[in-house]
Design a protein around this ligand. Structure first.
Ligand SMILES: *[C@@H]1O[C@H](CO)[C@@H](O)[C@H](O)[C@H]1NC(C)=O
Ligand SMILES: *[C@@H]1O[C@H](CO)[C@@H](O)[C@H](O)[C@H]1NC(C)=O
Ligand SMILES: *[C@@H]1O[C@H](CO)[C@@H](O)[C@H](O)[C@H]1NC(C)=O
Ligand SMILES: *[C@@H]1O[C@H](CO)[C@@H](O)[C@H](O)[C@H]1NC(C)=O
Ligand SMILES: *[C@@H]1O[C@H](CO)[C@@H](O)[C@H](O)[C@H]1NC(C)=O
Ligand SMILES: *[C@@H]1O[C@H](CO)[C@@H](O)[C@H](O)[C@H]1NC(C)=O
Ligand SMILES: *[C@@H]1O[C@H](CO)[C@@H](O)[C@H](O)[C@H]1NC(C)=O
Ligand SMILES: *[C@@H]1O[C@H](CO)[C@@H](O)[C@H](O)[C@H]1NC(C)=O
Ligand SMILES: *[C@@H]1O[C@H](CO)[C@@H](O)[C@H](O)[C@H]1NC(C)=O
Ligand SMILES: *[C@@H]1O[C@H](CO)[C@@H](O)[C@H](O)[C@H]1NC(C)=O
Length: 442
């Protein structure tokens, strides 16, 4: 078996033999036993039934010479060559710069082995005129990944080059109705099925780090997400780890997120969510939502299981959030389980908030949320709050416009530096499993 697999990895460069033009510095190689012959049908297969790395034709392209040396055309060429069973290798120690808005091909069975750095230019003026636009929260992105059986893996980095964006955005708010300072999302899938991302780092996204749209079965394993600024008066903003819209099947495992906004926050119409071994530092927590933002629109999040999550130094721990106000939508969040959650130095460890976004109590009471929240379990949530909310470690306040039922807390051991620990509940139907006080008494 050992000899056999050695033979499989031997590849032969055929660059001189191919009939079409190859960009300068690029190469294509094929596994030796496929050269000039049909596939034998005994290729090694991965879990999707596609060829494994050793059995794929491999494409490389030239690296960039500096941070403005755009290789986007070479990258598109490489992806086209890799269609239907190939692999694009972005090599270790090399940087590949994308400086143009490009249409990626609709991929079918393509591996991208990212060992080097795929980096976007920080030409703000260019990217604010050239982008892919999504009306949901006025999102823009550099490029859109679509198609099926896409695997992006390796030890490399997708670098959003965010510093100039952080400097430029300082003092602004993304959800301001008149904000037009759009910032690109680093990694966006749309109309995609079976996307696996493994091992890589997402660094310094200008805005959300990942946004999965109209996607089925997408998973992230062993990924690291970080956004930091070297300018103390311009911190990264809205650099969420994971956001989604109309997604069925979202899995995140063995991942660390070090950003100043949501760690993991599926948005409207996300179902069948599985998160395990997630570590979040300095974030706004693991949130279901926000949903219910757009007037007349039905949004939902259902069937989520979140297990073994560590949340440090953040605003929120485990949160459910829905919009209220005069012009909002409706919907439901249901069948959500948070289990084995460890929280430290966090302002609001457990939150059910239906007065999103920045709505004061008077407006929230006059125009309550219409998002029902049902069947939510918090099991074995331990640790401590920062004390910012006094002794309150859990605040579950349901809107008078909605139904909140089947909310169950079990094995909760959260302390506050204040010395007391209090669980607040308002308008929740039925027993929540632990003693709680209503907001008016808290
Ligand atoms: C989604 O992609 C498939 C091919 O993968 C295509 O046939 C279909 O038109 C695309 N749908 C949309 C809405 O773009
Ligand atoms: C830091 O950000 C502030 C706010 O945008 C900006 O005025 C300043 O020029 C930035 N500093 C540097 C060194 O870029
Ligand atoms: C829980 O997740 C942490 C990473 O945050 C990991 O180190 C640890 O091994 C996980 N525990 C279990 C039981 O899997
Ligand atoms: C966690 O985030 C804080 C800032 O919020 C930072 O100072 C600290 O270094 C981070 N810890 C780790 C282990 O990354
Ligand atoms: C969510 O799904 C519902 C029902 O299919 C649809 O009407 C609604 O537009 C979707 N929401 C968003 C934000 O796409
Ligand atoms: C609730 O979600 C879990 C996944 O976390 C799923 O296995 C289960 O079938 C769902 N229950 C219902 C009633 O849909
Ligand atoms: C919310 O719950 C109420 C009753 O509890 C129900 O009438 C309404 O249809 C539900 N709304 C949604 C969007 O599921
Ligand atoms: C509770 O969760 C912690 C991780 O936060 C884990 O170490 C511990 O084993 C869990 N306890 C039980 C009883 O499952
Ligand atoms: C609440 O917000 C509304 C709308 O922004 C504003 O008109 C009102 O004065 C605010 N009320 C209080 C008590 O702050
Ligand atoms: C602790 O918090 C409770 C409730 O939030 C408050 O009544 C009390 O004054 C606080 N105590 C201290 C010492 O801050």
């Amino acid at each position: 078996m050992r000899v056999f697999s050695c033979l499989l990895v031997v590849t032969t460069a055929i660059t001189s033999a191919v009939a079409f033009d190859i960009p300068e510095g690029a190469s294509i190689s094929v596994p030796w036993r496929h050269k000039g012959r049909p596939y034998f049908g005994w290729n090694l297969k991965d879990k999707w039934g596609n060829s494994v790395e050793e059995d794929r034709h491999k494409i490389t392209i030239r690296a960039s010479e500096d941070d403005t040396d755009d290789i986007s055309a070479d990258f598109v060429w490489a992806l086209e060559q890799a269609q239907n069973g190939g692999l694009v290798h972005l090599e270790e120690g090399k940087t590949y710069v994308i400086g143009k808005k490009i249409d990626l091909p609709v991929l079918n069975d393509v591996y991208i082995k990212l060992d080097g750095t795929l980096k976007f230019t920080d030409d703000i003026e260019y990217w604010q005129k050239n982008y892919f636009y999504y009306p949901f929260q006025k999102s823009i992105t550099f490029m859109v990944w679509s198609g099926q059986d896409i695997r992006i893996y390796g030890k490399g980095t997708m670098d959003g080059n965010g510093q100039a964006w952080y400097d430029g955005f300082a003092g602004r708010e993304i959800l301001d109705a008149d904000n037009t300072y759009y910032r690109p999302i680093l990694f966006l899938t749309d109309n995609a099925t079976n996307v696996d991302v493994e091992g890589i780092t997402f660094l310094n996204s200008p805005c959300w780090t990942t946004f999965l749209v109209r996607t089925k079965d997408v998973s992230f394993d062993n990924v690291y997400i970080e956004a930091f600024s070297t300018n103390a008066s311009a911190l990264p903003k809205n650099t969420d780890g994971f956001d989604s819209l109309n997604v069925d099947g979202l899995t995140v495992t063995n991942t660390r997120v070090n950003v100043g906004d949501d760690c993991f926050s599926p948005k409207p119409n996300t179902t069948n969510i599985y998160v395990e071994n997630l570590w979040c530092n300095g974030t706004h927590g693991v949130s279901m939502g926000s949903i219910g933002q757009y007037p007349g629109v039905l949004d939902y999040i259902s069937n989520a299981y979140m297990k073994n999550i560590t949340l440090l130094n953040g605003q929120n721990g485990a949160r459910l959030k829905a919009w209220a106000g005069p012009q909002v939508g409706y919907g439901y969040i249901s069948n959500i389980t948070y289990e084995n959650i460890y929280i430290e130095n966090t302002d609001a460890p457990i939150v059910l908030d239906q007065c999103y976004f920045n709505i004061n109590e008077t407006t929230c009471a006059a125009y309550p949320s219409n998002v029902n929240i049902t069947d939510v379990k918090f099991i074995n949530v331990t640790g401590s709050s920062s004390g910012k909310e006094g002794g309150v470690v859990a605040d579950l306040t349901c809107s008078p416009g909605a139904t909140c039922s089947g909310i169950m807390l079990e094995g909760i051991d959260l302390t506050s530096p204040n010395g007391t620990s209090e669980i607040v509940c308002n308008n929740i139907q039925g027993d929540i499993g632990v003693p709680c006080v209503s907001g008016a008494d808290a």
